[in-house]
Design a protein. Structure first.
Length: 319
């Protein structure tokens, strides 16, 4: 007789799922027992989850083991967005391209908007694109994480998989959408002779800091939203205030000194300013200014991981 140590979920023919791992004892099932159970019940086997100390490491480990599932879900979300449309995935290019044209051509050529200190008719449009596109990626992660656990309630109840990979799916989906519009923006800058040069590489660490903050906040608020559904509506309002409290559509220099000190408390202020400086002037960021945003991102990830780790069990019961 060969003994198999595995995770077993037994689903009675007329009832609900019973997860044997909810018991604190280690379940040992022999091959003979499994064959006997299969004759009267449906039995599903899943890999035993890897126990790690840090929740972030657990997410990465789970993501690697379930990488095909993660990539499949990301692809499914992208395809579902343009399902049954005539142009299909072409809208993924048309939408961002129209945004770039509006901000650069209309603001720069038609409305003659100018950016102080820069002698370029397209500078303000590029300034807007640098801030608005990255802000869109930031808010997409937060808003999708708010509803991801509720939207995938059936999946969470009926399938055995690491729940921590759902926010990662949101993060990757937002990265795909941003990659399209960012690629088009870089193409526009290259064609118009305004490519910023090697300083564009600095976007990567800036995006990591920004999206870490978005992921941490999104997971924490997503867990809260499962128990208090008003959270999603409150966050939508707060994001509007946060947008205008971040120097995205206006230079920081036009506000008073008191307001500038308040803006410095915003963890996204210097991140967005660095985006704009790279795109408009082609300069490298002042890395010392990223200490506060990085600390806020680390704190947000810690809070999000703690909230998910503590409440993930009760969360499924409320869905």
């Amino acid at each position: 007789m060969v003994e198999v140590h595995c995770r077993v979920t037994i689903e009675p023919l007329g009832g609900t799922d019973i997860d044997l791992l909810s018991s604190p004892r280690i379940v040992e099932v022999t091959v003979a027992a499994i064959r006997a159970a299969e004759r009267s019940r449906k039995v599903s086997l899943a890999p035993r989850p890897v126990k790690v100390l840090a929740p972030a490491a657990e997410m990465l480990t789970a993501a690697w083991h379930y990488r095909r599932f993660v990539l499949g879900m990301v692809r499914r979300e992208f395809e579902a967005r343009y399902l049954n449309s005539v142009l299909g995935s072409l809208w993924a290019i048309i939408g961002p391209l129209s945004t770039i044209v509006i901000y650069t051509v209309i603001f720069g050529r038609i409305m003659h908007a100018r950016l102080s200190g820069v002698d370029d008719s397209l500078a303000y449009g590029i300034f807007l694109c640098a801030g608005v596109t990255t802000w869109g990626m930031f808010t997409e992660v937060i808003q999708r994480c708010l509803s991801i656990f509720i939207e995938q309630a059936n999946l969470l109840k009926k399938m055995s998989f690491p729940r921590s990979i759902l926010p990662l799916i949101v993060l990757l989906s937002a990265a795909v959408n941003f990659g399209i519009i960012f690629g088009l923006l870089l193409l526009f800058l290259a064609v118009s002779g305004r490519f910023p040069g090697w300083s564009i590489v600095a976007f990567l660490p800036l995006l990591i800091v920004q999206q870490s903050l978005a992921l941490g906040l999104g997971v924490a608020l997503g867990v809260v939203n499962v128990f208090f559904r008003d959270a999603a509506h409150a966050v939508a309002v707060l994001l509007q205030f946060w947008f205008w409290f971040t120097p995205i559509v206006y230079p920081q220099q036009i506000v008073g000194e008191t307001l500038q000190r308040l803006l410095d408390l915003n963890p996204l202020t210097h991140v967005v300013l660095d985006y704009q400086a790279i795109m408009v002037r082609g300069v490298w960021p002042d890395w010392s200014q990223l200490l506060w945003p990085a600390l806020c991102s680390a704190a947000a990830l810690g809070v999000g991981a703690l909230a998910f780790h503590r409440l993930s069990g009760e969360m499924v019961d409320c869905l």
